[in-house]
Design a protein. Sequence first.
Length: 517
Amino acid sequence: MNKKLLVSFVLASLTGISTQAKEKMSSETTQQRPNIILFMVDDMGWQDTSLPFWTQKTHYNEAYETPNMERLAQKGMMFTQAYACNISSATRCSLITGVNNARHRVTNWTLERDKTTDRQSETVQLPDWNYNGVSQVEGTPNTFVGTSFVDLLRQSGYHTIHCGKAHFGSIDTPGENPNHWGFEVNIAGHAAGGLATYLSEKNYGHKRDGQPYSLMAIPGLENYWGTGVFATEALTREAIKALDKAKKYNQPFYLYMSHYAIHIPIDKDMRFYPKYLKKGLTEKEAAYASLIEGMDKSLGDLMDWLDKNDEADNTIIIFMSDNGGLASEPAWRDGELHTQNYPLNSGKGSLYEGGIREPMIVKWPGVVSPGTRCDKYLMIEDFYPTILEMAGVQNYRTVQPLDGTSFMPLLKGTGDPSKGRAIVWNFPNIWGNNGPGINLNCSIRKDEWKLVYYYETGKKELFNIPEDIGEKHDVAAQHPDIVKRLSKELGTYLRNVGGQRPGFKATNKPCPWPDEV
C-alpha cells in the first residue's frame, strides 16, 4: 500500500471513529435532555382546585378535590402570580409565538376564516384585528406570522406531541393544524376553542353518519364514540399511547397536553359527579367539580406513566391555565355560572385578576426545589424562551421579535426578572359576554401597581395588587403621579408594538391612547 493510500486509510479510519464518538456523545446528550410536558387547562380559575394559591384556603379549595395537583406541588414550585391573557386565543397565540397579544393582534377568540367574533357596538368602531389567528407562513390576511418554539424543539431533536385543544388559527388557515407548528403527532387538535360535548354518547359532537353537527366537534376520537368514555379520559388514553411510542424513540419528547376541560358545556363526569352532590353542591356546581377532578385524574395518570417508565426524574411538568374561570353574563343568566374566582375580581374576558391570573406549577427534579412557592409575576409569552432554555436550545432565530422573558431565574432562585418589569394586556374588542373589567380596555402591571384603562370612556383605575388582590379599591385619585407614569408607559408600549385601538363612530376618530387622556 503506498503512503497516500495508507494516509487516506488512516484518516478515513480516524474520521469513522470520530464520527462514531460524536454520535455516541450526541446520543448521550440527547438522553440527558429533559422530557417536557406542558399541561394546559382551559378556563380554569385560580381557585378551581383544592390546592390554595392564595395565602389562605377558600371554600372553593374545600369543595374541589385535586389530589394530583397537590402531588405535583409537593414535588415542584407553585406560582401565585402567573398571568395569561383574558381570552383563550390570545393566550395560545402568545404561547406559540412568544409575543405579547398587543403585538400579534389576536385580541379576541378565533374560529371561522375571515370572520370576526366581536359583538358590535352602536358607538364604537372596532379595529381590524387578526381574527384568522397566527401562522408560521405568510399568505393569509389578518394573521400574525411567527416561528413556533415547538418547531425549534423538533429541529433540535425532540419528538413533539400535541393532544387536545389547539386554537391557534381559524378554520382553513395554516395555523389551525398543530402539525404546521412543528408537532409530529396531533391528537384532536383543530381550529375550535371549545367543544360541543364531553359525552361519547353524543360522539363528541358528531352525527351517527360521522358528520359533525357543530364546529366545536372534537375530531379524531372515533374509536371512543358510544363507549361511555368522557372526552377528558379519551384524550388522556391517547396521550399515553403516544408516550408509549415516544418511549421507543430514544429521544426526548415534548407533550403539549392541552385539555378541552374545564370549558363549557358543563357536562357531568359520572366518575365523580355523585360525590359532589353528596357534599352539598348544586347540580351545576357538582358537574363543574367533576370536570375539575377528571382533569386532575389525567394529570395523575401522566405522572403515573412517568413513574412506571422511569422517566419521572428526567421530565419537567408545567401546569397552567389559559385564562380565568367563566364568571360573566350571560353565563349566570343561562344557568352556566359555576365559579366566582373569589377572592379575585371578575373572570374570563376581564382584565381584572379573575380573568388573567392562573394556577401554575412547575416540577423539575434536580433543579426546582420541591414544595416551594414563588410570589413573583410572569406572563404567558415567557413560556417560549423558558421552555427552549429548559431543552438546551440556544442561538435560535425567529421571524418575529420575542416579548417573553425567561423565568429560569425564578425556577433556580437566582434572580427576579419581574422586578421593575411591565407586562401589558390589550383588548380593544367587545367579547360576547359582559362583566367587570370586560371589553374595550387595556392594562399594565408593574411591580405592585396595576392600571386599567377604558378606551371608550377614558376612565382609568389604579390598584395596589399585593394590598388589594380583589381590586376593590380604585386609588387612581390618590396617586395621580403613578397613573400618569403608567399611562405613559402603557401608551408608548402599545404604539411601539403596533397595538390597536377602537374608534368613535360619531367622529370617525380613534379613541385616545391612555397617555392622551
